[in-house]
Design a protein around this ligand. Structure first.
Ligand SMILES: Nc1ncnc2c1ncn2[C@@H]1O[C@H](COP(=O)(O)OP(=O)(O)OP(=O)(O)O)[C@@H](O)[C@H]1O
Ligand SMILES: [Mg+2]
Length: 253
């Protein structure tokens, strides 16, 4: 393993052959790097009890790529995703999204940046219990003073099988339904990056591949970049490329 290596995502040749929409080139080198992490470390605690959740991650992800992050439980996947999305600050290292260095943003600027640029699907969904499904989905958009694209959101919720649940409260939904609401919320604002932590962890295999199909479709339509953690090898295979995390480091695959 060489941790000085800057791991750059690339698409599978099958995708290149298929000619991805929005790409002016069919080579890996043409598309723009949208997300770059350098020397990323996150240490918890100190001395003997110190946990090195991330221990020197260098990573470049190109715009429009669909990246699967895999690795054993506790290897640092969620920590990496939270750092990439600016939800937590690294002990060391830098993260650039587009031209913006996240560490330069103060807390208010970081919140606004996240809301505009990033759609999160959290491991535990993070839905607001007192808001209906529809209100949850449009909440980040209205918070940002924007008008939701209702036709688009209705299409997304239909594809996710949520049409008859739009007026329900999250507490009345099954785990899988709540997970699909979280996915709809992440997609709804058409962010440039979607960071998804086990978005299919609670779904059966048919629904999982439908959801991944939807993510791929919307990401291509809107040139979105997706970084998705998964424990499911079949789901990981549907991504353009895979990053394996081991003990807080990127393992060469
Ligand atoms: N707030 C925290 N304080 C102390 N240790 C933490 C904290 N958050 C995470 N860790 C530790 O960092 C390591 C990486 O955790 P992380 O949640 O990133 O793993 P993961 O790969 O997402 O695992 P899983 O697949 O189980 O979700 C673990 O050893 C975990 O115990
Ligand atoms: Mg995790």
């Amino acid at each position: 393993m060489n941790n000085k290596t800057n791991h750059t995502t690339g698409r599978k040749s099958s995708d290149r052959k298929a000619g991805r929409s929005g790409s002016s080139t069919d080579s890996n080198t043409g598309s723009r790097v949208i997300l770059r992490a350098e020397g990323l470390r996150k240490y918890y605690g100190s001395n003997e009890t110190q946990v090195r959740a991330l221990d020197g991650v260098n990573l470049s992800i190109r715009q429009g790529d669909f990246v699967a992050v895999v690795g054993t439980s506790g290897s640092g996947k969620s920590t990496l995703l939270n750092m990439l999305g600016g939800l937590d600050t690294p002990t060391e290292g830098s993260i650039k999204i587009g031209g913006t260095e996240l560490s330069r943003l103060n807390s208010d600027q970081a919140t606004i940046f996240r809301r505009k640029q990033i759609g999160f699907v959290f491991q535990n969904y993070n839905l607001i219990p007192v808001l209906t499904v529809w209100e949850n989905i449009v909440f980040p958009i209205t918070l940002d003073g924007q008008k939701p694209d209702e036709d688009f959101i209705l299409k997304v919720t239909e594809l996710l099988g949520l049409t008859d649940k739009l007026d329900s409260l999250p507490g009345t939904l099954s785990g899988g339904q709540q997970q699909r609401v979280a996915i709809a919320r992440a997609i709804a604002s058409k962010p440039s990056i979607i960071l998804a932590d086990e978005p299919t962890g609670n779904l059966d295999s048919k629904t999982s591949s439908d959801v991944i199909g939807l993510l791929k479709m919307t990401s291509r339509e809107f040139s979105q970049t997706i970084v998705m953690i998964t424990h499911n090898p079949e789901i990981a295979q549907m991504a353009d490329c895979m990053i394996r995390i081991e003990d807080g480091k990127i393992a060469e695959s």
